[in-house]
Each structure stands twice: as structure tokens, then as C-alpha cells.
Ligand binder design. Structure first.
Ligand code: PEP
Length: 268
């Protein structure tokens, strides 16, 4: 466990619902999941576009942030099927996941597009969570640092220092996403420290401010171990965020692992 006075950054736990649930289920979730109101603790759920508006309404008075899972970098135009940052803002959306490995793998999202999206998100007042991570083949071949470094460099060299410190990075080894196989907390810390060092090379002033999450089969039983690592500020939680009670448990354990004692009762 890390002592609260030794913690340098906010704790940020985000759920990624992917293409799951329904508007009705999202409203029920908003009733069932009420995050603890603690200074230094940020919680969010990234939901399908169709649920953004009703969830914003259902969460009135709650500190739970509502994120989208993708957006386009242009403001408007002939981009059938896409959504812009201003459209997300119009619905009250707080942030957006960018460059998730599923978008890179199935929809051809490139590092160049992720950079443009991150710049647009920041200038629009959306909090970007930018995902990076290596495949199993890359890790087995010992090329995981090389892969993640190229993703992180391509992002941060294109950002100004003021933009850089507003970006959250999620380290998600692709082999750990949805597989039930988690990186060990040492492996996760090693890579998150490497990401911070890479950011420091590019923007020395931003490195200690950038929040870094770990993602990949995070659950209640492994979150405390992961969060006890100094360079890991939070988690991006897929499958385990779909159950409001389970997600609340993850949030509480994450906060406690960073020395934050949850005082109030969770829930409305
Ligand atoms: C994710 O979707 O970003 C993720 C990490 O999924 P899971 O927790 O289900 O592995």
C-alpha cells in the first residue's frame, strides 16, 4: 500500500463498456453505481454513443464521468458513421478513449490518427485516455518496449507540453485484454515507468503530471496489487466494469491501495 502523503497524482479508474448494455441498463447502472466523492479520485465509464445523453442525465449530481469510446478528429464533414468532439461536448461528454487496441486492430486506427484525435480532444475540453500496448508476439520476441515506445513517442512528440499533461495513457498489453490473463504487477509497473520516462524525454515538465493506467483483465482480486505500484495511477477496466457492484469494489480497493480511505458509504 502507498501512503496517501506519498501519492503524487490523482487516482483514475475508468470502465470501458465496449459494445455492451442498453440505454435502459445504463440508467439502472447510474442508479446502482454511485462513486465515493473523494478528492483525488476520478471515476468514469466509457459507453456506446447511444447511451451518452441519457447517462449524463441519469448521473446528475454524481461525480462519475461519462466518456465515449472513440471520436473523429475533424469538426464536421463527409465522414459517414463518425462523431466529432463538438458533438460529444454537446451531449455533456467528459472524455474519450482513443486508440484502444480493438480500434487499432479491427478499424485500422493509426498512431497518426490517434495523435490528431488527442489534440482535438484536448482543445475541445475532453479528457483523452490514449491506449498503448504490445501484442503477445511482440512481448515473446522481447520487442514490447520498442513497440510501446514508438506509440508513446508518436503521440507525445506531436503534443505541446500543455496538451501533454492533459492526456491519460492506458498501458494495455493486448494479450491481457479480455483474456483473463493479467500482466503481473511488476510487468505493469516496469512498462508504466518506461512510459513515464519516455514522456519525460519529450516533455520533462509533463511527465510527473500525466496519469498512467493499467488495463487488461483487471478485477477486484488483482486491483490492489496493481495499484500498489508507484507509476500506476489507475486502471482501465473492461469486462469487470459491466457489473456496478463489482466496479464499485474495484474503485474502493484501488483507492485504498493508494492510501485513500473511503469515508462515506458508496451508493446513493
Ligand atoms: C479494455 O477493454 O480496455 C480491457 C482492458 O478489457 P478487460 O478488462 O475485459 O480485459
Amino acid at each position: 500500500m502507498i501512503r496517501e502523503e506519498d501519492r503524487m497524482r490523482d487516482i483514475f479508474i475508468a470502465g470501458n463498456w465496449k459494445m455492451n448494455l442498453s440505454c435502459e441498463a445504463a440508467m439502472q447502472y447510474a442508479r446502482d453505481f454511485w462513486p465515493p466523492e473523494e478528492k483525488g479520485l476520478i471515476t468514469a465509464v466509457a459507453v456506446p454513443f447511444t447511451m451518452l445523453e441519457s447517462l449524463e442525465e441519469g448521473l446528475e449530481g454524481s461525480s462519475l464521468l461519462v466518456f465515449a469510446q472513440n471520436m473523429h478528429y475533424e469538426d464536421s464533414g463527409a465522414f459517414t458513421g463518425e462523431i466529432s468532439a463538438s458533438m460529444l461536448k454537446e451531449l455533456g461528454t467528459d472524455g474519450v478513449i482513443l486508440g484502444h487496441s480493438e480500434r487499432r486492430q479491427y478499424f485500422g486506427e493509426t498512431d497518426e490518427a490517434v495523435l490528431l484525435k488527442a489534440k482535438k480532444a484536448v482543445s475541445s475540453g475532453l479528457i483523452p485516455i490514449v491506449c498503448v500496448g504490445e501484442t503477445l508476439e511482440e512481448r515473446d520476441a522481447g520487442r514490447h518496449f520498442e513497440r510501446v515506445e514508438s506509440q508513446v513517442r508518436s503521440l507525445f512528440t506531436g503534443l505541446d507540453p500543455e496538451e501533454a499533461e492533459k492526456v491519460t495513457v492506458a498501458y494495455e498489453p493486448i494479450w491481457a485484454i479480455g483474456t483473463g490473463r493479467t500482466a503481473s504487477s511488476d510487468q505493469a509497473q516496469e512498462m508504466c515507468a518506461f512510459i513515464r520516462k519516455t514522456v519525460r524525454d519529450i516533455h520533462p515538465g509533463a511527465a510527473d503530471k500525466v496519469l498512467i493506467q493499467y488495463g487488461g483483465s483487471v478485477k477486484a482480486s488483482n486491483i490492489a496489487d496493481i495499484m500498489s505500484q508507484p507509476d500506476i495511477d489507475g486502471a482501465l477496466v473492461g469486462g469487470a466494469s459491466l457489473d456496478p457492484e463489482g466496479f464499485a469494489d474495484i474503485v474502493r480497493r484501488a483507492a485504498e491501495a493508494k492510501g485513500l480511505r473511503i469515508k462515506g458509504r458508496q451508493g446513493r
